[in-house]
Design a protein around this ligand. Structure first.
Ligand code: PGA
Length: 260
């Protein structure tokens, strides 16, 4: 049975002090929690990765980066390499977020190259894919998702260390969440694509997260869907109480799944 993952993508938010406050509250929460837990990931901006990791050391929370350079090292001002992340103990990294694709011209080829850099350092990529509103309205959702999967995973034969996040662009930061049915339909399609292009184990084991205006009020109905294995949460992950509320909901759902 797949675990549920609750991942917070802070984007370009928070500073040193608010990072510390958030992580201390989260660490305190985990010090009181004994049951088996859902997987929890937080992705602060680069400058706060180290301090977040320090505060969260004795918790099950994994600290993730939001991006990585496509280059190994050298004269690339402002870039951060996978080996630098690895030297900080980072084990998860978001790649291909729609904001990177939109504002930094990231193509599927670039995203793929970034994933290869991450795998070389044993860092798990969270690969983001998703369609625009115009593409959805034109009934192109499946074609767009398949093209992104094909482009990003071209020639990659082992996806045992990969998380995929389906993030419809029209739902990101807009308050307009995909309905549980809409999200489930795409997640099921992604899983069956993986079954067809890899194998049954890969399809059964991969975590497919949903992202796009997920929040405490709607995370439960999303996580009740068979192929939704967690959330990649932006806005609502910035508030530690809301983040913890989503972890609690995910735990309840995980426990009902285990009872079945
Ligand atoms: P949102 O962002 O939850 O603020 O919509 C999600 C994401 O971009 O990962």
């Amino acid at each position: 049975m797949r675990n549920i993952i609750i991942a917070g993508n802070w984007k370009m938010n928070k500073d040193m002090i608010s990072t510390d406050e958030f992580c201390n509250t989260l660490a305190e929460y985990f010090s009181n929690y004994e049951d088996d837990m859902v997987g929890v990931i937080v992705a602060p901006p680069y400058p706060f990765l180290q301090s977040a990791s320090d505060v969260l050391t004795y918790t099950p929370v994994e600290v993730a980066a939001q991006d990585v350079s496509v280059h190994k090292d050298g004269a690339f001002t402002g870039e951060v390499s996978a080996s630098m992340l690895s030297s900080l103990g980072v084990v998860v990294c978001i790649v291909g977020h729609s904001e990177r694709r939109q504002y930094h011209a990231e193509t599927d080829d670039i995203v793929r190259a970034k994933m290869l850099e991450l795998w070389a350092q044993n860092i798990t990529p969270i690969l983001c894919i998703g369609e625009t509103l115009a593409q959805r309205d034109a009934n192109e959702t499946n074609a767009v998702i398949v093209a992104q999967l094909e482009g990003c995973l071209k020639g990659i034969t082992d996806i045992s260390d990969l998380i995929i996040a389906y993030e419809p662009i029209w739902a990101i930061g807009t308050g307009r969440t995909a309905t549980p049915d809409q999200a489930q339909t795409v997640h099921a399609m992604i899983r069956s694509w993986i079954f067809d292009h890899y194998d049954k184990d890969a399809a059964e084991n991969i975590h497919l997260l949903y992202g796009g205006s997920a929040k405490p009020e709607n995370i439960g109905s999303l996580l009740m869907q068979k192929d939704i294995d967690g959330g990649l949460i932006g806005g609502a992950s910035l508030n530690v109480e809301q983040f913890i509320a989503m972890i609690n909901t995910a735990n309840e759902i995980l426990n009902t799944r285990r009872d079945k």
